[in-house]
Design a protein around this ligand. Structure first.
Ligand code: NI
Length: 212
């Protein structure tokens, strides 16, 4: 599937890899046709009410090693947290970038996550779906959210190649959820005032536990 092996530079200082994560090869997208053989890093995921989650992300302008490194680290972070998607702002980087689990994106589980850089939603169906939605920035919280059944999104892959993809069901939900993150819009904004208070209380409790 991939034709060349690239050793990523180590010019980004980072914490040692978690002991349970062996050094391994990470596939970075069939379109990229690149294998990175690097040590991975798990990035801390910001939890609500961290105000950084409210930032508006800015466009990616250079498709370089630093970007590939971020995507690789986000991939491991998402897998470890067992998420279906992850936006860069959730690991504190305000760039218009998110990844979606390959199976959610209709690919094989062995394939890399689908990478969306500078994504734009070009079309949402009138047909809607309502289903439980979670977010790695709101651990343990699932709330019913109404979304378009089908979404068409255009974006760039990690090599800077443009693509357009249409997804429905869970894939469409994931794209809409992750796209919201880029504008600082969060799961808690999608529910009514009563549920909002419940979520705030739960998250505040969790933050207190974490602080002790
Ligand atoms: Ni989220």
């Amino acid at each position: 599937m991939a034709s060349r092996v690239v050793n990523a530079p180590t010019r980004f200082p980072r914490k040692p890899v978690a002991a349970h994560l062996p050094r391994r090869r990470v596939l970075l997208g069939p379109a990229a046709n690149v294998i990175l053989s690097i040590e991975m890093s798990i990035l801390p995921i910001l939890h609500f009410p961290d105000q950084r989650l409210r930032e508006t992300s800015r466009n990616v302008t250079s498709f370089d090693d630093e970007l590939r490194r971020l995507v690789a680290d986000m991939t491991d972070t998402m897998y470890l947290a067992e998420g279906a998607g992850l936006a860069a702002i959730q690991v504190g980087t305000a760039l218009r970038l998110f990844i979606i689990d390959p199976e959610v994106a209709g690919r094989q589980a062995t394939e890399p996550p689908m990478v969306f850089i500078n994504p734009e939603i070009v079309r949402l169906s009138d047909e809607a779906q309502t289903g439980d939605e979670g977010c790695l920035s709101f651990p343990g919280i699932f709330v019913p959210v109404k979304r378009a059944m089908t979404a068409e999104v255009k974006a760039f892959d990690v090599e800077g190649k443009p693509f357009t993809v249409e997804g429905s069901g869970l894939f469409a939900r994931a794209m809409q959820h992750e796209h919201d993150h880029l504008a600082g819009r969060l799961l808690i904004d999608m529910v009514g005032p009563v549920k909002r208070q419940i979520i705030k209380r739960k998250m505040r409790k969790e933050a207190e536990v974490e602080a002790t």
